[in-house]
Each structure stands twice: as structure tokens, then as C-alpha cells.
Ligand binder design. Structure first.
Ligand SMILES: [Zn+2]
Length: 189
């Protein structure tokens, strides 16, 4: 039975910890992946990484509605060979396109904060499949963006780090408040 875990917010130091590789897909890791999916769904997110629930295994999950994986409304899926529900274990970007695009992102660890981030349009990721075998997955469009956002988490990097200088200035007060709120909650519990 999967559990919905509390989500760590900005200011929690675990969000800055780099993940450590998982040695094998054990039943514990499988259960952790199920918990990540359950937690992400409960908050209506499209991605979640280990640090966001206070863990440091190199594991993240993504689940997109099909309508996010198309170029335009009636078009075909951009990643027809990739399941819309994807768990990445020990993921590493091995290729990225020169083509980039900028789009607004949000993050479950940053309630009420959104901002544009420029990222490569397409990436190739090496990772461990749930069968324990190494895999190479190419992702395009929004799926690639979601994966890059989650891989950033696994490196202890946050989407606000990628805001433009002007956007960072505009968000500074909001971020400070969120950080203070997080620390207050941590000390209270
Ligand atoms: Zn995030």
C-alpha cells in the first residue's frame, strides 16, 4: 500500500543535497517509487524527486496527462514510445539538443511560485529501468522539461536557480518568506 509523504518546501536543506546512486532495484526502492507517485498525484504534480520527500536516493518520477505530450492539441504524442508514467533511477543526461525553449514552470516545493526557465528541447537520459537493466530514453518537448526539472532536484539544484537575474530580484522577497516559513515549521516539529 503506497503512502502519501509530506513534501519538503524551499528552505529545507535536504533540497540542496545531491542524490546518491541506488545500487539495485530492491523491493524497498520499488515501494519508495510507489510512494513518490502517490505523493505527486495527491498534490496534482507532474513530477517529484526523492529530496522533495526528504530522501537522497537517485530516484524521481514523472507522470504527464497525454495532452501535455503533444506539440499542438490534435497532434500526435511527442514521445509515443515512452510511458506517460515514468520512474527514473540513477538518471543522467548524456545528450541535449542545442535547441532550447523557455516555458513557465512550477514546483511542489515552491507553492505559489512560478517562473520561466530556458531548457534544451530534447534530452537523452541514461538510467536504470525497473527491471534493473540500464536504459537510454530520449525525451522531447514538455516531457524533456519535466525530466530536466527532476534531474536538477537530484543534483540539489532548484528551478529558481535558473530564473533570469531580473526574475530572481522580483522573487527575492517571496522566496525569503517561503524559506522562513519552512524553517519555522521544521523547528516547530
Ligand atoms: Zn520541483
Amino acid at each position: 500500500m503506497s503512502k502519501v509523504l509530506p513534501i519538503r518546501t524551499y528552505g529545507d536543506p535536504v533540497l540542496r543535497e545531491p542524490a546518491r546512486p541506488v545500487a539495485a532495484i530492491t523491493p524497498e526502492i520499488q515501494a519508495f517509487i510507489d510512494d513518490l507517485f502517490a505523493t505527486m498525484r495527491a498534490s496534482q504534480g507532474v513530477g517529484l524527486a526523492a529530496q522533495q520527500v526528504g530522501r537522497t536516493e537517485s530516484v524521481c518520477v514523472i507522470e504527464l496527462p497525454e495532452s501535455y505530450d503533444v506539440e499542438d492539441e490534435k497532434g500526435p504524442r511527442l514521445n509515443p514510445d515512452v510511458p506517460l508514467k515514468l520512474a527514473l533511477v540513477n538518471p543522467k543526461i548524456v545528450e541535449e539538443s542545442d535547441d532550447t525553449c523557455s516555458m513557465e514552470e512550477g514546483c511542489l516545493s515552491f507553492p505559489d511560485i512560478r517562473g520561466n526557465v530556458e531548457r534544451p528541447w530534447s534530452v537523452v537520459i541514461e538510467h536504470l529501468g525497473l527491471d534493473g537493466q540500464p536504459k537510454r530514453t530520449r525525451l522531447n518537448g514538455f516531457f524533456a522539461r519535466a525530466a530536466q526539472h527532476e534531474l536538477d532536484h537530484l543534483a540539489g539544484k532548484l528551478f529558481t536557480d535558473r530564473f533570469t537575474y531580473v526574475k530572481k530580484l522580483a522573487m527575492r522577497t517571496k522566496l525569503k518568506h517561503l524559506q522562513a516559513e519552512t524553517l519555522e515549521k521544521m523547528h516547530a516539529s
